[in-house]
Ligand binder design. Sequence first.
Ligand SMILES: NC(=O)c1ccc[n+]([C@@H]2O[C@H](COP(=O)([O-])OP(=O)(O)OC[C@H]3O[C@@H](n4cnc5c(N)ncnc54)[C@H](OP(=O)(O)O)[C@@H]3O)[C@@H](O)[C@H]2O)c1
Length: 253
Amino acid sequence: MATDHNPNPPAEHPLRICIVGASGKLGRYMIQHCLDRGYQVVGVCRPESVSKLDDVADRIEIIPGRTDDRETIARAVAGCDGVLTVLAPWGVHDYSSGTARAVLDHAEPDARLIFSCGWHISRDGLDRYSWRLRYLVPIVSTLARWARFVDIDDQVRATRLIFDSDTRWTVVRGSDLEEGESQGLPVWSRHVGDPILASNRTRRIDFALFMVAALTDDTLVREAPAINGCATESARACAADQPRVESERADMP
Ligand SMILES: NC(=O)c1ccc[n+]([C@@H]2O[C@H](COP(=O)([O-])OP(=O)(O)OC[C@H]3O[C@@H](n4cnc5c(N)ncnc54)[C@H](OP(=O)(O)O)[C@@H]3O)[C@@H](O)[C@H]2O)c1
């Protein structure tokens, strides 16, 4: 499916966007896409990570603080048209669900709320996973939680809170990621296992692009798109299978 986004908001009212988890890899790409669109950016990141944003510090407002700190989030999202939240399941103290709850509770009532997670999150249980995701995720989750390093179940709890909320949310489910130059807006589908997603590979810069594009795409409100790179084999194969639209037919000899 394609997204319909407007990268050029009216100049007299640039969108004000809060990025929660701004100093991470995904966050930094999202900052760049937002600045490219002329948006005002407020970034929240842990105090020890503020220096990671030195190169953009004169172009964005930075609010240091843990992303699950309710006071920090309340201050950061005030007056924002949209909030882009990196859900990171670090530690075993409900970091992801604390972050999600703070954003859901404090964001402006009409704000677009976009959250990141992985394919392992299922909204309706209809996703069809490869054996790798079916068996490896629970094993890795158990080991990581045992080491008190990461609690993947907490990301599941965070997204349950979001799915049950009546805010204007979108949960973007990322495939396996890679670095590299942008290939364009990823394709998406409602369910992992759909043929268009088979390649399971998205550039991180394009994951960020999809998150930012979702801010102005109302067709994605209360959707949990699973994404995949638009230049991957499965995306191109599915595009080739699509019937041509009428406007294209008119140009044909
Ligand atoms: N990595 C993948 O292969 C993959 C695949 C699919 C989906 N995703 C999703 O993509 C999103 C971004 O993932 P990413 O791998 O690209 O990571 P990332 O963007 O580098 O983000 C990691 C975030 O977690 C924070 N963080 C790191 N260590 C922390 C700690 N100990 N306590 C609290 N916060 C900590 C980082 O903040 P600091 O800057 O302060 O360290 C940063 O905001 C996540 O929602 C993830 O579920 C990832």
